[in-house]
Each structure stands twice: as structure tokens, then as C-alpha cells.
Design a protein around this ligand. Structure first.
Ligand SMILES: Nc1ncnc2c1ncn2[C@@H]1O[C@H](COP(=O)(O)OP(=O)(O)OP(=O)(O)O)[C@@H](O)[C@H]1O
Ligand SMILES: [Mg+2]
Length: 350
């Protein structure tokens, strides 16, 4: 049995299912075989393919007349690094960043978080945009976080645990932050919040390459960063600056998302590239030698959904942008599995 399954490779991780420790709970009875494959993420982009390959391999064993392969998952944690006990139950912290404002970071962060939660991952979303926290609005969270044993309890929306300075600040009061305050605020939002056990904690950063980004990169072990850009942004090479900053700080770049890559006419459904040529993000990713995670079309409905507090993947799961966000979430989760595997040598499923 294991010999047959050791012939099946996870196409993305490049190793066989037995070496990866994915095969569990093998039952054999009168030629009927049942087993469970434990994937490295519930959002595995290769899920169907791996399941089918395993079934075919086991069916090929003489004497086997029935095969049942169940799928489950256990997300690997980013391997040990200083500062880890700041958020002990959180396996992977992923920053969503951009070179400049308004490119759709918060839109991407909320949709990726909800998409991962829909795929059964446990997900948190931290709004670290201290200058303009928009996550509460985009997720439709109006209540304030409760306090328990001197720790803040995140607010749950769309299956995601949320925390934002927006919950704590007076809406009308202007906030003037100096560098050290930014650092302190972000560290508190990580350590003084009862996040519980999370597979992924996404952090929506303010735009640019300032204090918030530096603090986060320096004080928490980031699994990696997702950089959001528009095609226009590529031309101005602002996103490149952000990429370079994270690279310099040894934060792995999980990949680039090209947002508003083309305009989909709500009437005739035709797609038009408006901010430059479609595919610019992909070309920039290749040039900078970072993975390309995917592109999201520009659709007026996305604005309305953000304003209403229901991200597109929840509001219109069958729409083109929702599909794009889910694909990006899967690709990102796959990249995280690869990174953790390579860093560890073996998967740590703690
Ligand atoms: N693919 C898209 N199609 C249409 N509108 C979009 C798309 N992505 C984002 N938007 C809209 O563009 C505006 C800016 O998006 P968002 O707030 O997500 O950007 P941001 O990078 O987080 O901005 P900031 O730098 O201010 O934090 C919002 O009104 C949002 O609804
Ligand atoms: Mg934002």
C-alpha cells in the first residue's frame, strides 16, 4: 500500500505522499481500502488531482476492489523564529502590502480571508492600517470587541476573526501617529488580542514602506507578504520599492496580485484593459523573480460590496472576481506550504 502511494507525488511540494506524512488511517477489509490524505492546507490547489492520483495508485494494487480516499488537512506552522510567542497559536502571519494607496489592498485582504475561511481554514484578519482602517466597514462589523481577562476578543464576521484599531478609535477623531506609537499599536494588536488557534492571520498594512511595515517585519515572524499592485502601479515601479523592502528584511514574497487588471463592462461583459496592458503584473513578477498569484478584474460591484460589508466571495460566489480571489487564495496557501516545507525539511503540523 505505502509502496504504491509513495509513487504519488504532491505536484506542488515535489515529494511523495508517504514522505510528506500525508497518508493516515489506512484500513483494509476484504479488498476494500480506505485511507485519509492529510493535506498541508484545506485550500490546496491540487486537492482533486492528488485525491485522484492516490485512488488510481491504490486501485492498481492486485486484490484491491474498492478504494475510498478521504481528504483532510493540517496547516503547517512557520518554523521557529524569534518573537514567535507574541502570537503563539497563530501558524502563519501573512502581510498584504502595496507600494501606494488605493490599489485594493483591503479589498484583496478581506476577500482572501473570507475565501480561506470558506475553504475551512481558521483565519484572522488584522487591520494594521492605522491611518485609515477600513476592514470593519468592508467586513460589515459594527460591534466593538469584548474584553476578557484583559485581552481583546476579535469580532467574528463571514467566518473570519477581525481586529482593527478602527474598533477602538473614535470615528471622528483625527489620529496623529508618530513612529514609535505605530510600532506599539501594531504589537499590541497582535499580542493583546485573543486570536486563539489560527492557520492564517492576514495583516492589512497601510500603503507604502513606512513604520508600520518595518515594525511588523521586525517584530513578528512573517511567513510572507503578498504585494498588491495595479498595472499602472507597475509602470511607476512603486510596487517594486515595496517588494525590495520586504526582500531586504528577509520576508519571503509569496507573490504579486494584479488588481483592477481590466474593466468588465457590467452590460456587455466585455473586458478592457484600462490601467496599462493586461499582464503587466505578471511580467513585473517575472522580471523581479517573484511568483505571480493572479489578477482581479475591475468591477463596479466590488466597490458596492466593500461599502456594504460583504466581500465579493461571500456576496457573489459565482462571479468572476470571486473566482479570481479563490484561485489566488489557493495559490497563496500552496506557496505557504512549500515555504514551510523547505524551511523545515519536514512538515511541522503543530
Ligand atoms: N477589483 C476592483 N474593482 C473595482 N473596485 C475595486 C477593486 N478593488 C478595489 N476596488 C475599490 O477601490 C477602492 C480602494 O480599494 P481598497 O480600499 O481596497 O484599497 P487600499 O489599497 O486598501 O487603499 P488604502 O491605501 O486607502 O488602504 C475601494 O473603493 C474599493 O472598493
Ligand atoms: Mg486599505
Amino acid at each position: 500500500m505505502l509502496a504504491a502511494l509513495s509513487q504519488v507525488k504532491d505536484p506542488e511540494l515535489g515529494r511523495d505522499l508517504v514522505t510528506l506524512g500525508m497518508v493516515q488511517n489506512v484500513r483494509v477489509r476484504d479488498g476494500a481500502v480506505g485511507l485519509t490524505l492529510v493535506l498541508t492546507t484545506p485550500a490546496c490547489p491540487m486537492r482533486g488531482q492528488i485525491q485522484e492520483a492516490a485512488e488510481v495508485a491504490v486501485r492498481g494494487i492486485p486484490g484491491v476492489n474498492d478504494v475510498r480516499v478521504e481528504m483532510s488537512s493540517r496547516v503547517a506552522a512557520r518554523a521557529g523564529a524569534p518573537g514567535e510567542d507574541l502570537v503563539p497559536g497563530v501558524k502563519n502571519i501573512v502581510a498584504v502590502a502595496s507600494g501606494k494607496g488605493g490599489v485594493g489592498k483591503s479589498t484583496v485582504a478581506t476577500n482572501l480571508a473570507v475565501a480561506l475561511a470558506q475553504m475551512d481554514a481558521s483565519v484572522g484578519l488584522l487591520d494594521a492600517d492605522i491611518y485609515g482602517p477600513s476592514i470593519p466597514t468592508m467586513m460589515g462589523a459594527t460591534e466593538r470587541p469584548a474584553v476578557k481577562k484583559e485581552r481583546l476578543l476579535p469580532v467574528a464576521r463571514h467566518g473570519v476573526k477581525l481586529m482593527s484599531l478602527g474598533f477602538l478609535l473614535e470615528a471622528s477623531a483625527p489620529v496623529i501617529w508618530r513612529g514609535p506609537m505605530v510600532a506599539g499599536a501594531i504589537r499590541q494588536l497582535l499580542s493583546d488580542v485573543d486570536w486563539g488557534d489560527l492557520d492564517y492571520l492576514l495583516v492589512d498594512l497601510p500603503p507604502g514602506t513606512g513604520d508600520a511595515q518595518l515594525t511588523l517585519a521586525q517584530s513578528v515572524p512573517l511567513t510572507g507578504v503578498v504585494v498588491v499592485m495595479t498595472a499602472q502601479d507597475v509602470a511607476l515601479s512603486i510596487a517594486t520599492k515595496a517588494l525590495m523592502m520586504f526582500r531586504k528584511m528577509d520576508v519571503p514574497v509569496l507573490g504579486v496580485v494584479e488588481n483592477m487588471s481590466s474593466f468588465v463592462c457590467p452590460h456587455c461583459r466585455e473586458e478592457t484593459a484600462i490601467f496599462g496592458r493586461e499582464g503587466d503584473g505578471e511580467r513585473a513578477a517575472t522580471r523581479l523573480d517573484v511568483p505571480f498569484l493572479g489578477r482581479v478584474p475591475l468591477e463596479p460591484a466590488i466597490v458596492a460590496e466593500g461599502d456594504r460589508g460583504t466581500p465579493s466571495v461571500a456576496a457573489r460566489p459565482d462571479s468572476r472576481p470571486a473566482q479570481a480571489f479563490r484561485d489566488i487564495a489557493r495559490t497563496m496557501a500552496g506557496r505557504i506550504s512549500i515555504l514551510n516545507l523547505n524551511r523545515d525539511g519536514a512538515l511541522s503540523g503543530k
